[in-house]
Design a protein around this ligand. Structure first.
Ligand SMILES: O[C@H]1[C@H](O)[C@@H](O)[C@H](O)[C@@H](O)[C@H]1O
Length: 646
């Protein structure tokens, strides 16, 4: 049969069944009706649909009407409860990665932490998250989603307790690693779990809520940091320990929440799966969904076979190989566009914009986190309206422009960088590279030096480049700026890692634009898309790999930021991220298909074509093939065709 003809057949079947769905719902008593009524209804529908076959336009309308009807189905509140409890995992992910910067400010004074220990406390968590996200794939496949979420809450509780009670830096390191293990497992399990319990028309929105919780956690952490920063002694214990509260709530909540029905069906626990599916779907009929999941699992097993490690099967089977490339690519480009340099170094960036005061910088960093949170909310609203593909493309285009503006801001600042006018000699007689710099720009990029200066109106005067204290970057090792309270009293300023500049507004504008564009699309979509593009047998492994990629690139980008800035200068670093974002744009344009509104079981077919043909098939929205068992044989039918199917 030609492609055109087979499409017509598919359309006819779909139109027919869509109409059946419509008519059935239009019955006054709301029931599916008696068999006689149903028979009458069928002939009516057949007549109606036959007349519609000739006109493609009306076929399209029917389809749209059916989709609308399908989406209007009342969604039981239980699915929201389940999603919110699981998204607490996202909140903890955001809280624990965000809170550490404020805690470090206090910790480094109280426990006398050097730069190495500070770096260890930050990156050990992210490193542990990368490992446990990868391991989480195996656990998810073996134990199911629910035990993995329970396990991650246990890690969060144990980690928070260790951190709050720590007496030395070694215990702190242990606590941060345990918390990282929790973050990794949660980051890969929660989106999968939500995607598997959500109805198709809400899936994008509910999974995106998880990222909303991540950014919400980051924002809450910055507020907690601000609030406890005044408590010089032990303030960090509260900051780090508070995360136990949502973790305990999640743990007890999940004792009562169900396993993913899809995982249960895959493991052959069909009775339990049916029970849970109907519990989650409320009073809606679940036969079609149940059949569709079950048949797909059987088809998948036939097609791909069940032998060998899942990752090998994924790599040798083209649709999953392509999905894996798209999923990991999305996560890689999310991190390569520099989100966490903006999140972790926002205080520095803000200081460059002229903010001198430390606690003001902490509070403004909270504003940054809030912007990220607020615009993720826009993403939650947009995801089911414009779809994943358009949202991601629009978001990354804006992000690229914002990165270029940020880079230009830094470039302008470097070009008008203040001159070093004083050259004091080191009292200990040691030679330092700092005194060799003639402009602030060189001094700022050297991690061992900082600028000590005065302001005359807005002009920098009496400036000197001097070594920074080993224990803290807040003051100079010697000279006028070596005592924080004294130099503030004498109206001197100390700039470490930044230069005072009149072009601060460009940087600030770039920063805000960056978050406004990044947060609705590039922030949540990599998680959302990954939760839906793999068939069930490959879902845990696919998500484990892509989350692992996210964490690995997170460590790479955030740990190398200061060095990259040192070698390429700040504007060089941001131009580099803009370049990565540009590459990401080409990748997403070519390779990311639209998954909006499709059932998880239908999505595999989107990867049947060669990779990077998605830009061409933009208009194919709503066309898919699904296997449905009709009296023992397999036919290709479309969505909602269960009315006459056993
Ligand atoms: O999606 C999230 C979100 O955008 C966060 O703000 C960021 O810190 C994470 O790295 C990212 O995965």
């Amino acid at each position: 049969m030609s492609r055109k003809a087979s499409e017509n057949v598919e359309y006819t079947l779909r139109s027919l069944s869509n109409l059946m769905g419509e008519k059935r719902r239009r019955q006054p008593d709301g029931s599916a009706g008696s068999s006689a009524a149903a028979a009458g209804e069928r002939s009516l529908i057949a007549a109606e649909s036959c007349s519609s076959i000739n006109s493609q336009a009306s076929g399209g309308e029917l389809e749209r009407a059916a989709r609308r009807q399908f989406q209007q189905d009342e969604t039981p509140g239980f699915v929201y409860v389940v999603s919110v409890f699981s998204a607490l995992g996202g909140f903890l992910f955001g809280y624990d990665t965000g809170v550490v910067s404020g805690a470090l400010l206090l910790l480094k004074r109280e426990l006398n932490l050097g730069a190495l220990w500070q770096e260890l406390l930050v990156s050990s968590t992210v490193g542990a998250a990368a490992l446990s996200a990868l391991a989480g794939g195996v656990l998810n496949g073996l134990w199911g989603r629910r035990p993995c979420i329970l396990l991650s809450s246990c890690f969060f509780i144990a980690g928070a307790a260790l951190l709050a009670a720590a007496q030395d830096k070694e215990t702190l390191l242990g606590g941060r690693i345990v918390v990282g293990l929790g973050i990794g497992v949660a980051s890969m399990t929660v989106p999968v779990y939500i995607a598997e319990v959500a109805p198709p028309h809400l899936r994008g929105r509910l999974v995106t809520i998880n990222t909303l919780f991540i950014t919400g956690g980051q924002f809450f952490a910055s507020v907690v940091d601000g609030a406890f920063s005044y408590l010089a002694k032990d303030g960090w214990r509260y900051m780090l320990g508070l995360s136990a509260v949502p973790a305990i709530i999640q743990f007890f909540g999940f004792l009562f929440l169900p396993e993913s029905p899809r995982w249960l069906i895959q493991k052959g626990q069909t009775q339990k799966a049916r029970r849970i599916l109907s519990q989650i779907r409320g009073n809606q009929t679940i036969d079609e969904e149940y059949d569709s999941i079950k048949n797909n699992i059987e088809e998948e097993e036939k097609e791909v076979g069940a032998a060998g490690p899942v990752i090998c099967r994924m790599l040798t089977y083209p649709p999953t190989r392509r999905a894996l490339i798209v999923g990991c690519g999305l996560q890689m480009f999310q991190q390569l566009s520099g989100i966490n340099t903006v999140m972790y170094y926002s205080a520095t960036i803000l200081q460059m914009s002229g903010v001198q005061d430390d606690s003001l910088a902490i509070w403004l960093a909270a504003v940054t986190a809030f912007t990220n949170f607020l615009f993720t909310l826009v993403g939650v609203w947009l995801v089911e309206k414009v779809g994943r593909r358009k949202l991601t493309l629009g978001s990354l285009t804006g992000t690229t422009v914002a990165l270029i503006i940020l880079a230009l801001g830094f470039l302008l600042s470097a070009q008008v960088s203040p001159r070093v006018t004083l050259n004091p000699t080191d009292p200990s007689g040691q030679n330092s590279t700092c005194t060799n710099y003639s402009y602030c720009n060189g001094c700022m990029l050297d991690p061992d030096c900082g600028l000590c200066y005065k302001l005359n109106k807005s002009n920098v005067v009496e400036s000197s480049c001097v070594p920074v204290k080993k224990e803290s970057t807040m003051a100079a090792a010697w000279g006028r700026c070596s005592n924080e309270t004294r130099f503030k009293r004498e109206e001197l300023f100390w700039a470490y890692n930044f230069c005072p500049t009149p072009y601060s507004w460009t940087t600030l504008l770039g920063l805000i634009l960056y978050l406004v564009f990044f947060a609705p699309g590039m922030g949540p979509m990599p998680w959302t898309v990954n939760s839906e593009i793999y068939p069930l047998w490959a879902r845990s492994t696919g998500n484990a790999c892509s989350s692992g990629v996210n964490w690995i690139f997170n460590v790479l980008v955030s740990l190398t930021f200061l060095h990259t800035a040192e070698y390429l200068t700040y504007y060089g670093a941001f131009f580099l991220y803009a370049g990565f974002a540009g590459l990401g744009l080409i990748f997403i344009y070519g390779c990311l298909p639209e998954t909006k509104g499709k059932k998880l079981e239908e999505i595999e077919s989107l990867f049947e074509n060669r990779l990077c043909t998605c830009g061409i098939s933009d208009s194919d929205e709503g066309r898919y093939i699904e296997y449905i068992r009709v009296k023992g044989s397999n036919y290709h039918l479309s969505d909602n065709d269960a009315s006459d199917v056993e």
